[in-house]
Design a protein around this ligand. Structure first.
Ligand code: AMP
Length: 280
């Protein structure tokens, strides 16, 4: 596995790979890899001839009071996992070369970023779309894989790629969960064992909403009520948002007439977790 830190070297390498007629599959991450990332990598392996993983904790997608400094990092473990997954190239740039002092461009996606995480994390999606646009220009992937776990992020990047005519196919990968249903996340490491148990209520409650939909309930307020009731049985959890939206446009809806997504963000102690379920 080749490790590249330099942007210009990565660009030249990507150019050479493309000239050889090989298809580049790309999985961007912030590291501290887990089975969710592995699922993206395995899907990527099927979609391309050459698999590139990036590890970059992107400072501009963190708000001033967020966890940039304490975001978990483990370079040696990540390299071991990358090797196990048969990555061809690991791109890990420095923040100072991604964002030199004169940096002043932002990619802003308008509607899809409104509400949900966009409301509680102002500027977050600008940070995400800007770094992904940069990474696409550096890694030049034919296909890039993102998790449905970060549903609004996936919708934002799909819009960005279409609007700005990026020649990269975006593939969404279903959320990978622990055996008790908790969505895998690098941030789960922040949870105490007690909080870890409390966190499982999120997926259980979202599933209850899906169950009610499948028994015929189509009214969004009633489905939300059922999900909220489940979550509120755990006093240690505070809901940041809980919404059901159109799965494609992410527009708010009051009745479910086509594929929808129920998305939640909640705080347990100091940790903010997100999860969602597709309703169809
Ligand atoms: P992160 O390192 O948290 O920025 O995540 C990198 C990529 O992995 C993003 O596309 C995430 O949506 C995806 N991802 C994170 N957790 C999961 C999971 N539990 N299942 C599937 N994909 C995930």
């Amino acid at each position: 596995m080749k490790v590249v830190r330099d942007i210009a070297i990565m660009q030249k390498g990507a150019e050479q790979i493309r000239r050889e007629g090989k298809r580049i599959a790309f999985v961007p991450t912030m590291g501290y890899l887990h089975d969710g990332h592995r699922a993206l990598l395995r899907e990527g392996r099927k979609k391309g001839d050459l698999l590139i993983l990036s590890i970059f904790v992107n400072p501009i997608q963190f708000g001033p009071s967020e966890d940039l400094e304490r975001y978990p990092r483990d370079w040696d473990r990540d390299c071991a996992i990358a090797r196990e997954e048969g990555i061809d190239l690991l791109f890990a740039p420095e923040a100072s070369s991604m964002y030199p002092a004169h940096f002043q461009t932002t990619v802003h996606v308008e509607q899809v970023t409104q509400g949900l995480c966009g409301a509680s994390r102002p500027g977050h999606f600008d940070g995400v779309s800007t770094v992904v646009a940069k990474l696409f220009n550096i890694v030049k992937p034919h296909v890039a894989l993102f998790g449905e776990k970060d549903y609004q992020q996936l919708a934002t990047l799909r819009r960005m790629v279409e609007d700005l005519n990026f020649d990269t196919e975006i593939v969404g990968v279903p959320t990978v969960r622990e055996s008790d249903g908790l969505a895998m996340s690098s941030r789960n490491v922040y949870l105490s064992s007690d909080e870890r148990k409390v966190a499982t209520v999120l997926h259980r409650s979202l599933e209850e909403g899906l169950k009610q939909y499948r028994s015929g309930q189509r009214e969004v307020p009633k489905l939300l009520h059922a999900i909220q009731k489940g979550i509120c049985e755990e006093p240690k959890i505070q809901i940041d948002y809980l919404e059901i939206r159109d799965a494609e446009s992410l527009e708010p809806i009051s009745m479910i007439e086509r594929k929808a997504v129920a998305a939640v963000a909640a705080r347990i102690g100091k940790t903010r977790l997100i999860d969602n379920i597709l309703i169809f």
